[in-house]
Design a protein around this ligand. Sequence first.
Ligand SMILES: [Zn+2]
Length: 316
Amino acid sequence: MDQDITRREFVAAGAGLVPVAANAQAEVKPAAKERIVRLDLLTSREVGDWFKTNDAIFVPHGPISGHGPWTTLGVHAHGAEAVATLLARKCNGLVYPTVYSCFAGATRLYPGTVPFSYEFHIQLLKTVVRSLHAQGFGRIFLLCYTNPEDAAGLIAARDLFDIEGEIPVASLVATRGMSSEPVKKLLGEYQGSAGEAIVDYAALRLLNQERGIAEPELAKVGLKGGQDQNPEIREAINVLRSRGTRGFRYDSEREHSSHGTVGLTWKGQPDIELGLKILDALADYLLPAVDALKKHRDYLKEHPPKRIEKQERLGP
Ligand SMILES: [Zn+2]
């Protein structure tokens, strides 16, 4: 009870800081009427009934990793869960509770970052998928927002297919949709810089976890990108990363702080509305994967694997 009051006071205090939170209550209420999609919030009887009409579940995953002064530690995971929630609503799917035990890349020196090895992250995703599959889920989507966690999703999905009997799992990356036409069109009408910050605050609203914008004056202005290493070593790191990969670390708050703006207006309304539209467009971009996995799974069932024979005619 005490915690509830504290949380409400916290949100109310945040609402006083920035105008975008002013209509938060009006926005949250309709969202609360949406179908419950998160697996842990349903009863087994409800899930049993749902299984009669669907078999798709989304597993959002993303790290708790430092993102500078005005973007929260969970931004990647929030983006992933928000897109997964929208996808589930669009296709009558379900959402597994977000996996936060993830590889956190170069951010471990920011207070609050909780890093895990890729090896563990991959094993965890595989374990979740195996259990969901054994439980009867017929299409499983590992869904992350961006890198570096996308690599874990990729490896888990490929291993589970190739090494473990063609399990019906795919790995999705939400930011692949950022270059789609609908998103480009939305971004063209924004005076600020739409990046992880605006997506973070929009995702938190969508997930009924809205909070006031941290450091609102900084968040409205943003910072120039590309400053993410000390100038002394920046070129060497860029050489390595542009030609392959190399681990590195952020040593100052400024280095990993350029995540766009939030707290401006867009078409006369708070830009968080733009963030919500971006999330929806990202979900639309991923949506065809839901049917595609069904088609591929069914095709494979009809075409069991067999050793490749010499082809008399190879064709053109
Ligand atoms: Zn990030």
